[in-house]
Unconditional design. Structure first.
Length: 368
């Protein structure tokens, strides 16, 4: 076995901790060539498409990539910003926000972002952290709900990378946070902020990214975790069952996917006389193609065309203050036991604990 080149081990070197926020990825540019390169990497992942490799290779390279790349590039171009891909921009900003939150809490950690597909590639980021001497790494996926198609694919890439590393760092993995109180509260505040400005809709639609129904039947918990997120958020908003609906978007191919599907549901609501819907995508922590183009543009047009009167898209959590706090709390909880506190903060904490212990001993020793 060949190993990656890495710095020599130095006895007595200071331990360092890193948090890596990992998102799905994005093309480098809204062009057919860049989108084709991205889609090839994404759709070649056996976690994403569970079809025999030989058959899928022909379908992917002979049918999908030649014809879908240009159409997808047009979609990306419709949401591209001056700073680049919205997903990458928001992920970078969330990374800076998380670092600031952890630093304010007294943690001395490196916080970086990586992409499962595209740039910055996760293996390259891990290699850079190795060069910087980070020997404790927390992997924080940008997926609140676990799925083998997303979260497990990150873990695959992580473990594959370290099969070629001699001195493997201590690793911790955040499997998901679909029911984490800070995540639910951040969603709640984003909805309430929108309603404070625009009033409440006839129906709140919570649209999650879809996966083939087969994954559910084979034991993937994604569907159940989406439903739990929706239920907890509805409870936090004091919504009755009749006031919200859960749907699944982004179907691909002819196989049955998780239902109900988002677009047909919106059309049906309009045909039934629902005048206004608000649509949010709780499974995405950053706005991206699936939220800005598929929902805010395509789904809106379909709802209005079917007779609906008012369509509101509620943005993802992005860089909201509540989500900054939520990300920090999730990361902090998973770093418990790691010596990440700065010396000054650690001394203050030690002093505080000593005072508490002394007071407790004094109380216990006091005469009755």
């Amino acid at each position: 076995m060949s190993f990656r080149k890495e710095p020599p081990y130095i006895h007595g070197s200071q331990s360092k901790t890193a948090v890596v926020l990992v998102n799905l990825g994005t093309p480098d540019a809204p062009t057919p060539r860049a989108v084709r390169r991205y889609l090839k990497q994404f759709l070649s992942d056996p976690r994403v498409v569970e079809i025999p490799r030989a058959i899928w290779w022909f379908i992917l390279n002979g049918i999908i990539l030649p014809f879908r790349s240009r159409k997808s590039a047009e979609k990306y171009d419709s949401i591209w910003t001056r700073d680049g891909s919205p997903l990458k921009v928001h992920t970078e900003r969330q990374t800076a926000m998380l670092h600031g939150q952890l630093e304010a809490r007294g943690h001395e950690v490196t916080v970086v972002c990586a992409m499962r597909y595209g740039q910055p590639a996760l293996p390259d980021v891990l290699q850079q952290l190795k060069q910087e001497g980070c020997d404790r790494i927390l992997i924080l996926p940008a997926y609140p709900q676990y799925s083998a198609t997303t979260t497990a694919s990150i873990f695959d890439a992580l473990f594959r990378h370290y099969t070629e590393v001699r001195n493997v760092p201590e690793l911790r993995l955040v499997r998901g946070y679909h029911d984490h109180e800070s995540y639910i509260q951040a969603l709640r505040q984003s909805v309430l902020a929108h309603w404070d400005l625009h009033g409440q809709p006839d129906k709140l639609v919570m649209s999650f990214h879809g996966v083939p129904k087969r994954t559910l039947l084979l034991g993937d918990p994604y569907h159940c975790e989406c439903l739990k997120t929706a239920r907890l958020l509805a409870q936090a908003l004091d919504l009755r069952d009749s006031e919200y609906v859960v749907t699944f978007q982004s179907r691909f191919g002819k196989a049955e996917w998780l239902q109900p599907y988002t677009a047909p549901t919106l059309q049906k609501l309009a045909q039934e006389g629902v005048q206004r819907v608000d649509v949010m995508c709780p499974g995405f922590i950053s706005d991206c193609l699936e939220t800005l183009e598929e929902i805010a543009m395509e789904a809106k047009a379909e709802f209005l065309h079917a007779g609906g009167k008012e369509f509101h898209f509620i943005p993802c959590l992005n860089e909201s203050a509540a989500w900054g706090k939520g990300l920090m709390e999730i990361a902090e909880q998973h770093m418990i036991g790691w010596p990440t506190m700065s010396n000054m903060v650690a001394r203050e904490e030690q002093k505080k604990q000593s005072e508490i212990s002394a007071q407790r001993a004094k109380t216990l020793g006091a005469p009755e």
